[in-house]
Design a protein around this ligand. Structure first.
Ligand SMILES: [Zn+2]
Length: 358
C-alpha cells in the first residue's frame, strides 16, 4: 500500500501527535480485545469436589463437573461468555467409548453448565485422543506390518462424539482430530439427528507443535507411541494451511481455527484475509505457561505481556481467541490496559513498566 502520497512530510506531519495521552491513543486504536472475544478451555474429570492443579500450567485445574460449574460462574461474572470443554474420562479403551458415552464426563458437564448458565456458550472439543488407551486422535490399525492412525474408521467415532455433545446441549462442536473429511461427516451426522443449526468450529489448520507440551499433562492425552505428525500439519507449511481451511469450509465449517496462535500469526492473517470467515486463534498451553513462568521469575509483566499477545492475535485477524487466561484477562480488561501498579513483580523490579522497553 502506498500511503506516502498523502502523508506529507515533517514538520507538517508529526506521527507523535496522536500518541500523547492515553485518551488519544485509545481514540485511534485500530484493534481491541474484549471479554466477549475470549473462549476459556476447561478440563473436566469424573468425581465430586475435585480440583487437581496442572503443574505445568499454573492456575489451570482438572475439575469435576460441580467444580467446573463453580469455575464457570466466576468466569461468567468476570465477563467471559464462552468455554471450550475437554474431558478426562474414567476409563480409556481402543475405541474411545467414553468420548461418545451418553453419560461421559463432557456430556455431563455440558448439561450441568447449560442448566446453570443458559447464556454461556458451551463449545466442546471433539476428538478421540483423551479417550483412547493409546492417546492418538484416531483409530490405530496394523497395516502391512506398520502401525498407522486410520483415517476413515475414525470418522464414524468422531461423528458419534459430536452428535452426543449436541444431544447434551453443546452450542458449538469443535473437531480437533485433523482426520481428512471429518467436517463433512460430522455435518451430515448432526443434520441427520436434527442438529442442523449446531455450528462447527473446525480446528482447520492445526500444527504438530511443541507448544502443546503442557496440555498433554492437563488432558492426559500424550500418545503412548509415535507422534501426531502423520495427521497434524507441518510447521513449515503455510499454503497447505490455506488448503486445509478451504476444505473444511467446503465441508461445512462455520468457524475456522488456527492452532497454535502466537508462532502462527502469519497463518491467522492469511486465513482471515483469504476466507473472511469467523477466525479463531488458539493460544495454546505453552504460550500460557511460558508467560506464567517468566512472570513468576519477575522477568516480564504478566498482564502487559498477556494483553499484548492477545492484541497481536486480534490484529493479525483473529475474531476470537481461546486462552487459558480468559477470566484473568476479562478482569484485567475491566481494570483497563494500564500497568499493574500493585503487582509485586513491579515492586520487586520497578523497571518492568509495560511499554518502557527502548
Ligand atoms: Zn486429539
Amino acid at each position: 500500500m502506498h500511503t506516502s502520497a498523502f502523508l506529507g512530510h515533517f514538520p507538517a506531519r508529526r506521527m507523535r501527535r496522536l500518541r500523547q495521552t492515553a485518551v488519544l491513543r485509545r481514540l485511534v486504536a485500530e484493534t481491541q480485545v474484549l471479554p466477549s472475544q475470549l473462549i476459556w478451555p476447561l478440563f473436566v474429570r469424573p468425581g465430586r469436589k475435585e480440583r487437581r492443579p496442572v503443574s505445568s500450567m499454573p492456575g489451570v485445574y482438572q475439575l469435576s463437573v460441580d467444580e467446573a460449574v463453580r469455575a464457570a460462574s466466576e468466569a461468567v461474572s468476570a465477563g467471559v461468555s464462552a468455554v471450550l470443554l475437554f474431558g478426562i474420562p474414567e476409563a480409556k479403551d481402543e475405541k474411545a467409548s467414553e468420548a461418545y458415552a451418553r453419560n461421559g464426563v463432557v456430556q455431563q458437564a455440558v448439561r450441568a453448565l447449560k442448566r446453570e448458565f443458559p447464556d454461556l456458550l458451551v463449545v466442546t472439543d471433539v476428538c478421540l485422543c483423551e479417550y483412547m488407551s493409546h492417546g492418538h486422535c484416531g483409530v490405530v490399525e496394523k497395516h502391512r506390518g506398520r502401525v498407522r492412525i486410520a483415517n476413515d474408521p475414525s470418522l464414524a467415532l468422531l461423528a458419534r462424539t459430536a452428535v452426543s455433545h449436541a444431544e447434551a446441549g453443546a452450542d458449538i462442536v469443535a473437531p480437533s482430530d485433523m482426520m481428512d473429511g471429518r467436517v463433512a461427516v460430522i455435518r451430515s451426522a448432526l443434520d441427520r439427528h436434527g442438529f442442523e443449526e449446531t455450528p462447527i468450529l473446525a480446528y482447520a489448520a492445526k500444527y504438530a507443535s511443541a507448544f502443546y507440551g503442557p496440555f498433554r499433562e492437563a488432558a492426559e492425552s500424550a500418545p503412548q507411541f509415535g507422534d501426531r505428525r502423520s495427521y497434524q500439519m507441518d510447521p513449515a507449511n503455510a499454503r497447505e494451511a490455506l488448503r486445509e481451511v478451504a476444505l473444511d469450509i467446503a465441508e461445512g465449517a462455520d468457524l475456522v481455527m488456527v492452532k497454535p496462535a502466537l508462532a502462527y500469526l502469519d497463518i491467522v492473517h492469511q486465513v482471515k484475509a483469504t476466507f473472511g470467515l469467523p477466525t479463531v486463534a488458539y493460544a495454546v498451553s505453552a504460550e500460557y505457561s511460558m508467560i506464567k513462568a517468566a512472570a513468576a521469575q519477575g522477568w516480564i509483566d504478566e498482564k502487559a505481556v498477556t494483553l499484548e499477545t492477545l492484541l497481536a492475535m486480534r490484529r493479525a485477524g483473529a475474531d476470537l481467541v481461546i486462552t487459558y487466561a480468559a477470566p484473568q484477562v476479562a478482569r484485567w480488561l475491566r481494570e483497563g490496559w494500564g500497568p499493574q501498579e500493585s503487582s509485586h513483580h513491579r515492586k520487586a523490579n520497578p523497571r518492568l513498566l509495560g511499554g518502557q522497553d527502548p
